[in-house]
Design a protein around this ligand. Structure first.
Ligand SMILES: NC(=O)c1ccc[n+]([C@@H]2O[C@H](COP(=O)([O-])OP(=O)(O)OC[C@H]3O[C@@H](n4cnc5c(N)ncnc54)[C@H](O)[C@@H]3O)[C@@H](O)[C@H]2O)c1
Ligand SMILES: [Fe+2]
Length: 411
């Protein structure tokens, strides 16, 4: 049991000691939580196969959670039609907004109850998937969403959750998390529980070919950040390393291609796969300061999540480099940046420069124009609180250091 200290950040250990009933096993010398995997359908048209499989589970009444834009774009109708053909009564909630708020989750929950739905299907980006996860958890747990933020606070198993992602980014289709926002209190907090892992996910790149350039860049950089932060995490294990390196390699190859040609179905499919693998890496090894800061940019300024990550990522990598040079060099190799014989320190620099150049090339700037000097202490404090409670970062940062780092992003 003592080897937990090497494997899991402190707040998690506490939860384990309190008697978590999830499946635990030893990996090497360390104890790890075994996280269930969704049943995955991948390839063009996979979303319709998922509909068949959902109907095959015997569910007859289902809530589909999505946003109005996706309904307008015609992405939702074929899915609804397929489910209805298979005998499932579908109720659609299309009120999800980017960075879902409690009010939207509660409105969807009311609809779920009104129509006696027994499962939840998300069609959309991270916002729709996270909203669906929270609705499924609220349906079986009679406590406010804010009492579920943090680790392992979803006491009862949620209703079955199914996901059809339409962005290649968040990895929510496989992740243990769901993020909820409160714009009034400027809070954006994760609910993290292995019970939130969806039952099934469809990785259908065809649904992503219409995603505009800015959204493609932001969501792709989110997936990259998941893989990079998981790889640099101090609780990374060989399994998460494998997922992270595969994701980084795919993203470096295919994100520029989908930015060049959004209709490139093959590269869209590869990005869907990469985001999923990055999500697996994140489940195992967690995230880091980039997400801590980006979540708080989102909470204060509603900055799209992936956009915020892309702004913050190079700055945090530069800061972290002294403590993770060889890991950054591995990421450079996975990105195909090595020419042979270079020192790790040079490769690490090359990787950071490449990430910076790539996001600038996609039109994502070095700094955040909404950022205000007077907000920086609060953003730094909240980011450090999130990170130190949840993530095994490679190089520790104190309040003054974090403020100085964020100040670099003033424009
Ligand atoms: N649960 C997790 O593990 C996890 C991880 C990272 C981020 N998140 C959360 O996910 C949210 C962000 O999700 P996101 O980046 O996927 O964006 P999103 O779901 O907020 O969608 C952004 C916009 O893109 C549009 N869109 C989505 N798919 C489209 C498509 N195929 N074609 C055209 N338009 C499309 C949507 O209508 C929306 O207007 C944030 O709240 C973030 O905090 C969750
Ligand atoms: Fe993310």
């Amino acid at each position: 049991m003592l080897s937990l200290t090497r494997a899991i950040p402190f707040p998690l250990q506490e939860t384990f000691y309190r008697g978590l009933t999830g499946s635990l096993k030893y990996v090497g010398a360390a104890l790890q939580l075994v996280i269930r995997l969704p049943e995955v359908f991948a390839g063009p048209g996979a979303s319709l196969l998922l509909c068949d499989a959902v109907a095959g589970t015997g569910v007859t009444r289902l809530l589909l959670v999505t946003d109005a834009m996706l309904v307008k774009l015609g992405l939702v109708e074929p899915i609804v039609q397929r489910l209805r053909e298979r005998g499932v009564v579908v109720t659609v909630y299309d009120g999800v907004q980017p960075d879902p708020q409690v009010e939207q989750c509660e409105a969807a929950l009311a609809l779920l109850k009104q129509h006696s739905c027994k499962a939840v299907l998300a069609v959309g980006g991270g916002s729709a998937m996270d909203c669906a996860k929270i609705v499924a958890a609220r349906a079986t747990n009679d406590k406010p969403v804010w009492d579920m933020t943090g680790f392992f606070k979803v006491a009862h198993a949620p209703l079955p959750i199914y996901c059809i992602p339409t962005t290649a980014g968040t990895g929510s289709e496989v992740s243990v998390g769901a993020v909820v926002s409160d714009p009034v209190q400027q809070k954006k907090l994760p609910v993290i529980d292995h019970k939130l892992v969806p039952r099934m996910a469809a990785l259908d790149g065809r649904l992503m070919t219409g995603l505009p350039r800015a959204g493609t860049a932001a969501t792709g950089m989110d997936a990259l950040t998941h893989a990079v932060e998981a790889y640099l995490s101090r609780i990374a294990i060989p399994e998460s390393d494998q997922y992270a390196l595969e994701a980084v390699s795919l993203i470096m190859r295919h994100l520029p291609r989908v930015m060049e040609n959004g209709a490139d179905e093959e590269s869209r499919q590869m990005m869907a796969w990469a985001a999923y693998r990055a999500g697996l890496a994140m489940n195992r090894a967690g995230l880091g300061y980039v997400h801590g800061i980006a979540h708080n940019f989102g909470a204060h300024y509603h900055t799209p999540h992936g956009w915020a990550n892309a702004i913050v990522l190079p700055w945090v990598l530069e800061y972290s480099k002294p403590e993770c040079t060889s890991r950054l060099a591995d990421l450079a190799r996975a990105s195909g940046l090595h020419t042979g014989g270079e020192r790790d320190a040079d490769l690490a620099d090359k990787f950071i420069a490449h990430v910076r150049a790539m996001k600038l090339n996609f039109g994502i700037p070095e700094g955040l124009k909404d950022l205000r000097e007077e907000d920086i202490p609060g953003i730094a404090e909240a980011a450090l609180h999130e990170a130190h409670l949840s993530y095994a970062v490679p190089r520790y940062m104190d309040q003054a250091t974090c403020e100085a780092l964020i100040r670099k992003m003033l424009v």
